[in-house]
Design a protein around this ligand. Structure first.
Ligand code: GCV
Length: 663
């Protein structure tokens, strides 16, 4: 008996909607029968159909059917894409490659699971982004940095674990179109540095092969100073020939053993991690050195841009952490070799519930870029509080950067449309662990599911993705779908209301990042300040302040620079604003803070009441887990409300117009 669930791949009995007649006989034409991906796809189809429709399909090869399901190779279809069409009782799934076949097969299962008829189906899909990637921050002792769902299922006691659960993980992520995964934390310390040595290579190879059977490339996070730690030269200088020789040998060794490894992800010169800056070299020097060595093997170097000074003085009003990624990377635009991808966090700070889009994204005009978001809820409620993140990711993707005449949104940049490049994509720090339900809170499964779906097709709406997840993971019952959809769709706004106002961010308990501590980071070295005094709050990032707003192309630069045109949800990110400033709603800033904090808690209460009505309609265990998390969310929301309101009441001395309880 597995002690983990099947997530959204729940193959229990479904309303048949005439779907059974299409799957009694299935023929595969033109694909290599020996292919592991094909075999995995067929097994999945077989299990899914048997479980959902009580039909045991007959599977044949290279026989053209007139009724039923034909899975056909068609070179015209885009890479990793698929077409499905039903005509006169025959469903044809066509793809040009095995990934496309696998994704098309999962689309069929999804439809069946959602009780949608296959009759009349006509879809044509191709991936929006070349790389669709999950980043795990798993450590080799089994802990997970910023993990809220138990321990790692990749590592235990400094060993690599490959088992049935690894396979189920592959099935889950392949079902939503993920094609690349980094299994270890970007902070590579201790035994993780040794993942590229004999000690671990057999196991890593086993995992790489298992992943490959689901069309997924395995990547490893790399310690930039590995040479020093693994007995090579006592340097990590990327221009030192001894260092280069050491890496040449090391990478040859790794690829001799694991020829299908995707490549490496590198966090350098960041939060104490070593990097090229130590040797007076540029980030491009570091990335290119590795990229040139790995190139003959078809490998990719993904280089993170989360490089900032984390030893700041809070008294210093000029240094601005928000500027750092752009300042550190923009000058070398065009210098990065073509198998380097710069991975850039969505915002200039660090995964807050509201931030502007990093000006580096699209700011770079000659460099491969990958957008990094965080599905793990580090700053958005630790998977205790519900926070469906896909609406936020949609906002990010649709942001117009003005980096080109056309095709200038973030979605364009990371799909490769803007520059016509192919080494681009969308990555997320994922929210899984070895908890039975994978994500701690079952409702956080919607983010785990949703990121993959969105990365595959950035045009899907957040509602559609949520509905798909609810129907597959919870129930097709209309009431369940409607109520959970409402909860998910409103959850980010609610979370934002009871936590930090108008883009200011932070105010969290330091290090842990759950629960309020308004001044927790105010006098720290981390560059994360709200600058509140008795008259107002917010950071002046205009041309009169830190100048951050000038990092955007026009008209964005002027829009943010001017308090009147700055989008209000980001007002305090860009401006220091008096508490008495009148917002477009007609409310003063201080009244807005009070109102949103009271509303936020009320909205949590409403969600809880709505969830409670579903007791007899969802799985008992899921109901209990989510209810327990909701209870904790309510306590958290109240604490945020009372601490934030009290803090700003005491600072400003301005009373709530509605005379509610503030302490
Ligand atoms: C993996 C934030 C997190 C760190 C994380 C870092 C990063 O600072 O709090 O835990 O480290 O981002 O993205 O590298």
């Amino acid at each position: 008996m597995k002690n983990w669930t099947q997530g959204w791949l729940v193959y229990g009995p479904k309303k048949v909607s005439g779907n059974d007649k299409f799957v009694e006989k299935i023929s595969v034409l033109g694909f290599d029968k020996e292919s592991i991906i094909l075999q995995n796809a067929i097994n999945e189809l077989d299990n899914g159909i048997t479980g959902m429709l009580s039909v045991k399909p007959e599977i044949v090869f290279d026989e053209q059917l007139t009724k039923g399901l034909c899975i056909t190779k068609n070179k015209e279809i885009a890479a990793e894409g698929y077409d499905i069409e039903e005509k006169e009782g025959l469903v044809t799934l066509s793809a040009s490659d095995e990934n496309g076949l696998l994704y098309g097969m999962f689309e069929l299962l999804r439809r069946i699971s959602m009780e949608k008829p296959l009759t009349g189906i006509k879809v044509s899909e191709k991936p929006s982004n070349p790389f669709r990637m999950y980043n795990h921050w798993d450590n080799m002792d089994g802990s997970i940095e910023r993990g809220y769902s138990g321990k790692s299922f990749f590592f235990e006691n400094e060993e690599v674990v490959v088992n049935e659960r690894t396979k189920d993980y592959c099935r889950l992520i392949a079902s939503v179109g993920i094609n690349a995964v980094v299994i270890n934390n970007v902070n590579v310390v201790g035994p993780a540095t040794h993942l590229i040595t004999e000690r671990y290579m057999d196991k890593v190879k086993k995992m790489t092969d298992l992943f490959a059977g689901y069309g997924i490339k395995l990547f490893l996070s790399l310690n930039f100073a590995a040479a020093i730690e693994l007995g090579g030269p006592n340097s990590a200088d990327p221009l030192d020939s001894e260092v280069i020789n050491w890496w040449e040998q090391k990478i040859a060794e790794v690829y001799a053993k694991i020829p299908n490894l995707g490549g490496f992800l590198v966090k350098a010169d960041s939060e104490g991690r070593p990097g090229p800056f130590t040797y007076g070299r540029t980030q491009a020097d570091g990335a290119n050195m590795l990229a040139d060595i790995i190139k003959p093997y078809g490998g990719i170097i993904i280089w993170r841009c989360f490089v900032y000074n984390c030893q700041q003085d809070w008294r210093d009003y000029k240094t601005d952490r928000a500027r750092a990624a752009y300042d550190n990377f923009i000058q070398m635009d065009g210098d990065y070799h073509d198998n380097v991808i710069l991975q850039i966090k969505n915002g200039p700070m660090d995964f807050q519930v509201r931030e502007p889009i990093s000006p580096l994204l699209g700011g770079l005009k000659k460099t491969n870029q990958m957008l990094e978001v965080q599905v793990a809820q580090e700053y958005t409620g630790h998977q205790i509080d519900v926070c469906y993140l896909i609406p936020m990711f949609k906002e990010i993707l649709s942001f117009k950067t003005y980096c080109a005449e056309e095709n200038d949104t973030i979605a364009d940049v990371i799909s490769g449309r803007t520059l016509g490049n192919k080494n681009t994509g969308f990555a997320a720090v994922v929210n899984t662990g070895n908890d039975k339900n994978w994500t701690g809170n079952d409702l956080a499964g919607a983010n785990f599911y949703g990121f993959g779906r969105l990365a595959y097709n950035t045009n899907l709406t957040a509602e559609k993705i949520a509905e798909e997840w609810i129907r597959q993971a919870l129930s097709n019952d209309v009431e369940v779908v409607e109520k959970v959809l409402k909860i998910l769709m409103e959850s980010r706004t609610t979370y934002e209301k009871y936590t930090t106002p108008l883009g200011i961010g932070w105010m969290v308990t330091p290090h842990v990042h759950y629960g309020p501590s308004v001044d927790g980071y105010e006098y720290s070295r981390w560059g994360t300040y709200h600058r509140a005094d008795h008259l107002g709050m917010g950071v002046d990032r205009t041309d009169k302040g830190t100048g951050y707003a000038q990092q955007y192309y026009e008209p964005n630069a002027s829009m943010y620079n001017n308090m009147e045109t700055c989008p209000e949800e980001l007002l305090l990110f860009f401006h220091h604003v008096p508490y008495t400033y009148t917002l477009k709603s007609g409310k003063t800033l201080i009244q807005h803070i009070y109102d949103t904090h009271f509303e936020g808690v009320e909205e949590v209460e409403t969600m809880i009441a709505s969830w409670a009505t579903l007791k007899d309609k969802v799985d008992e265990e899921i109901f209990a887990v989510v209810t327990e998390r909701f209870n904790r969310q309510l306590l958290n929301a109240r604490e945020w409300r009372d601490q934030v309101n009290t803090y700003f009441y005491r600072k400003s001395g301005i009373a709530d117009e509605k005379g509610r309880k503030i302490y």
